[in-house]
Every structure is written in structure tokens, then in C-alpha cells.
Ligand binder design. Structure first.
Ligand SMILES: [Mn+2]
Length: 515
């Protein structure tokens, strides 16, 4: 995946866009010794104290919150260890999920166990003495198992220089990550958490098990049982010297690529392009869920009077779900540009450079470079993505405050400015035969019912080419072709170069006025 330094930069930028008060402090905390306190309004308000140890977050839920007052003992309910990716989570846990409600990063910093005790041993013993160095909490604390039940502990501030009589956490309601309160995060969440989401790829053992399957079979991936059949059917005929690719190749590819693909699919309705009999036969578009989809794949019902449709779409949040879709012959994944919790506000604006019959790839590159110059000039982060067919798209991450009407109009203005410098290359005609073979800059894709192919989605062409985000300077690489990578080769590309688009996921940019 992309460089972590860049990610930190972009996170800082996102916070700035949302709050005007960037912190970015989490990125400077030494991994391994971090602590976080999240203020979590679920069915009951509580503060989650989490201490990083041995690759997990040791966690206690403190109903009244931690305090610097040494005279106060606070109940702290010991809960299950949490994954590290919870560390700086701030946003919404959807209603219906465990812990549904809103969460802010109330405090963070570093911690150490007193006297170098192994935290695991101390927790086992029910008596953990430690120091905190946070933005609100500091000094020595003790967590001690109270004994009524195993889960009930007490959190006590020791009397030291950081102690402060009468100190109340509710008097300090702002996030140290964004400067925002729970109410403000609830009004404009930057992230949505799904506790059922596991973006992990299948394990090596699970992939061996897939190789051994034949006929009608069930493949165990994580906690899910994936029904599969016809694994040796050819879906993609051979291209060049390559072997033909079978259904099992597609299952393996999509499941294995879960960590790279899911950032673009999670919490979005997806439109599926399915080729159950292989890509030499007509494909079928599915805007709504496949009827036989397992119960553990989330459905989302969009009741939009304007579209006249109220269909349940699939929302894909796991490697198992990707594997199941591949098993159904789903070749292309087209996510919505908005997420299901706020469908009217896209998180991406898109430029779609759609080549005409006489457009060369060099022409496409010229148009992409001109957009790059324009976006650079506007101070906007964006990345190009080769489509796996003939074109290039440009993905621009945006704050969830623009309507589709706004993004569509904005992209149209941008593309018309660009096209005015190369009028011979671009047509604005709707009908293909009136474009005289010229390219179209398709701003109309910025609509609630339109989608563009996901990064790392295969395309229905021989050899199974894949749509891949690239760096801007790769537009100058004479080797680059829009269908350069396929499902056999993109893994090596990802391992070597990372995903140039990944650091832009969730970056909340405002679209500036175009003069
Ligand atoms: Mn909680």
C-alpha cells in the first residue's frame, strides 16, 4: 500500500479541511506504546481506555470517564482486546452494529507499564500500574480488578504532579484528533466503522484449501463459509502466450486482493458485471443484490423516489464476499461514488477520459496530463487510474458536502477548460457517430446512479486485464498501457509500487471555484 508518511500528511490535511485545527499527532506516536481514550456515545455514554500491547489494544470501558482526581475511583469494565486499526477511529458506528453510536478520539499519547512489568502478566494478575503521557491525561494510574465479577475493575489516579482535584472529563469534550465534539462528528462523520468488516486476505492455508476444492464445495474464509461451484470453468480465454483463466483464478484473485480493493468498496452499494459463462458470452449487469447471495453479505436498500427504484444492493466488506462474487462469475465491481450512510454526497469526483474510435492512447495521455496541470494549479490531490481497457480516469477525493449536481458541474467546467486547449482531440457530442472518433470527457458519471470501475477490478477482456491506479509521472512512462496489468501480474505491481490512490481515501477536499 502507499507510503505511511504520505498517509500521515493526508490525514493531517483531512482534519484541517474538517475542523481548521489539524493535530496529526497520532502519526508521531511511537508504535507499540500508544494509548487512546475514545468518548463513545452508544446506548450509554462511556469512555474506552485502550493501551497498545503486543499488537492489540487492551481495552476497558469507563462509564464515567477517566479523571485526574486522585480521590475518585472509577468503574472500568474490562472488555475484549481491540484491533490496532481502532486506534484513531473517530466517526460513526452504524445503528445495528455492536456499539452503534458516535466516537471521538478524546485523548491519545504514550503509556508505559510501571517498573517494566509485562502488561499481559499484570492484566492476568488483575493489577496494572502504569504511566500516561497524553494531551489530557498524564501521570501515574492504576487499574485493579475489583472482584465482584472478573470484568469489573477500578481505574484510579495516583496522587502526583499531574493529579487535579475535581477534574471532570466532561469539561474537556473536544477530540484531540480533530478538535470536534461528539455532536460535531455525528453531524459530519469522516469515517464509518463496521465491526463485521475484516479486510484481511485469505490465509495461506485457506488458499491451499481453495486449490483442493472441486465440484460443488464450500470454502471456509475467515468466519464465513463460501459456496462455490464450477471452479474449473474457463472465464477468460488465453491472451498471447498466457494460459486461460478459470473461475478459481478469479476467486483467488478477488479474495486475495481484498485489502487493496475493499477501501474502495466498503460501505458502498456496488453494481456488478457478471459473466457466468465466461467473457465470450454477454455479461449481465446487476444493480441490486443477487438473489442467492449468502445472508452474511450486507444488503442496503436505497429508497430514492427520484430514481423510481428502491432496490437492495450488495455492500461488500470482506474477502469472503469478494470470493463469493467471483464464484458467481462477477468480473467487474463498480462501487457508488457515495457511501450508504450518506448516499446524496459523493466522496469522489471523477474525470472519465473515454477514447473515441480514432483516439490514440497518446491522445488519452495528453488529456490526462492537461487535467493533472489543472488540478495541480487548483491545489487538489488526485490520481490517474488506467481502466484496463483503453481509457484513463482521474479520481479526486472530496469532502462529503458537495451534491452530485455540484460535482458534475464542477468536473464539466474543469474538463471544458482543459479541452479548450486541445479542441481537435475532444468532442462534446452525445452520440458516438457525431464525435468523429474523438474522445469524450464524461463528467456525467458524477451521478448517484452512475458508477466507475473500482481500482483493481478485473475487466471482461481476454487475459483478464485489471484497472490500476498509477502515479502522475507514470503518464510519461513510454511503457504504460491502459491494459498493461492483469490478474496474474498486478500483485507484483502492488508489492513493488504500492497503491498510489490509497493515501487519498477519505481525504476531504473542497472543490474550489473555477474562474
Ligand atoms: Mn465503546
Amino acid at each position: 500500500m502507499g507510503g505511511t508518511d504520505r498517509l500521515a500528511d493526508y490525514k493531517a490535511k483531512r482534519d484541517f479541511d474538517t475542523t481548521g485545527e489539524p493535530s496529526g499527532a497520532a502519526s508521531t506516536l511511537p508504535i507499540g506504546h500508544r494509548f487512546v481514550v475514545q468518548r463513545h456515545r452508544a446506548s450509554h455514554l462511556h469512555y474506552d481506555l485502550r493501551l497498545e500491547a503486543a499488537g492489540v489494544l487492551l481495552s476497558w470501558a469507563v462509564p464515567k470517564g477517566p479523571t485526574l482526581d486522585p480521590a475518585v475511583k472509577r468503574l472500568a469494565v474490562h472488555v475484549e482486546d481491540h484491533p490496532l486499526d481502532y486506534f484513531d477511529f473517530e466517526g460513526i458506528i452504524p445503528a445495528g452494529e455492536y456499539g452503534g453510536g458516535d466516537v471521538i478520539v478524546w485523548d491519545w499519547g504514550t503509556w508505559e507499564s510501571d517498573g517494566d512489568t509485562d502488561p499481559a502478566v499484570a492484566v492476568e494478575r488483575g493489577d496494572l500500574h502504569f504511566n500516561l503521557d497524553g494531551e489530557k491525561l498524564a501521570g501515574r494510574f492504576v487499574l485493579v480488578q475489583r472482584g465482584r465479577t472478573e470484568r469489573d475493575w477500578l481505574l484510579i489516579k495516583k496522587d502526583d504532579d499531574a493529579a487535579h482535584g475535581g477534574w471532570n472529563p466532561e469539561d474537556h469534550p473536544q477530540s484531540v484528533k480533530s478538535g470536534r465534539t461528539n455532536d460535531e462528528v455525528l453531524a459530519a462523520p469522516a469515517q464509518t466503522w463496521s465491526s463485521s468488516a475484516s479486510w484481511a486476505a485469505p490465509t495461506a492455508d485457506e488458499l491451499v484449501a481453495l486449490d483442493d476444492l472441486s465440484g460443488r464445495a464450500r470454502w471456509q474464509v475467515g468466519e464465513h463459509d463460501v459456496p462455490l461451484s464450477g471452479l474449473d470453468d474457463v472465464l477468460f480465454p488465453a491472451r498471447g502466450g498466457q494460459r486461460p483463466l478459470m473461475r478459481r483464478d478469479l476467486v483467488r484473485y478477488l479474495a486475495t486482493m481484498a485489502p487493496a480493493i475493499l477501501p474502495y468498496l466498503a460501505d458502498r452499494a456496488i453494481v456488478l458485471h457478471r459473466f457466468p459463462h465466461g467473457i465470450d458470452h454477454d455479461g449481465i449487469w446487476h444493480r441490486s443484490a443477487l438473489r442467492n447471495a449468502p445472508d452474511w453479505i450486507r444488503r442496503w436498500r436505497h429508497d430514492d423516489a427520484a430514481s423510481g427504484k428502491a432496490a437492495g444492493a450488495l455492500v461488500v466488506n470482506s474477502a469472503a464476499a469478494l470470493g463469493w462474487l467471483a464464484g458467481q462469475g462477477v468480473v467487474e465491481l463498480h462501487p457508488w461514488l457515495s457511501t450508504v450512510d450518506d448516499p446524496q454526497h459523493p466522496t469522489w469526483a471523477m474525470v472519465d477520459i473515454d477514447p473515441g474510435a480514432s483516439t490514440t492512447f497518446d491522445d488519452v495521455l495528453v488529456l490526462a496530463r492537461l487535467h493533472r496541470t489543472a488540478l495541480d494549479h487548483l491545489g487538489l490531490e488526485a490520481r490517474p487510474k488506467v481502466t484496463g481497457r483503453r481509457g484513463i480516469q482521474i479520481w479526486i477525493p472530496i469532502a462529503r458536502r458537495h451534491s452530485f449536481e455540484e460535482t458534475r458541474a464542477w468536473v464539466e467546467s474543469l474538463s471544458r477548460m482543459v479541452a479548450s486547449t486541445v479542441p481537435d482531440l475532444v468532442s462534446w457530442e452525445w452520440e458516438v457517430d457525431r464525435r468523429k472518433g474523438r474522445a469524450r470527457l464524461d463528467y456525467t458519471q458524477n451521478a448517484i446512479n452512475k458508477t466507475l470501475v473500482a481500482p483493481f477490478s478485473p475487466r471482461p477482456a481476454s487475459g483478464a486485464p485489471v484497472s490500476v491506479p498509477i502515479e502522475w509521472d507514470e503518464l510519461d512512462d513510454p511503457e504504460v498501457r491502459p491494459d498493461w496489468w492483469n490478474i496474474d501480474t498486478v500483485g507484483a505491481r502492488l508489492a513493488e509500487h504500492g497503491d498510489s490512490l490509497a493515501p487519498l481515501v477519505g481525504v476531504a477536499q473542497s472543490l474550489p471555484e473555477l474562474a
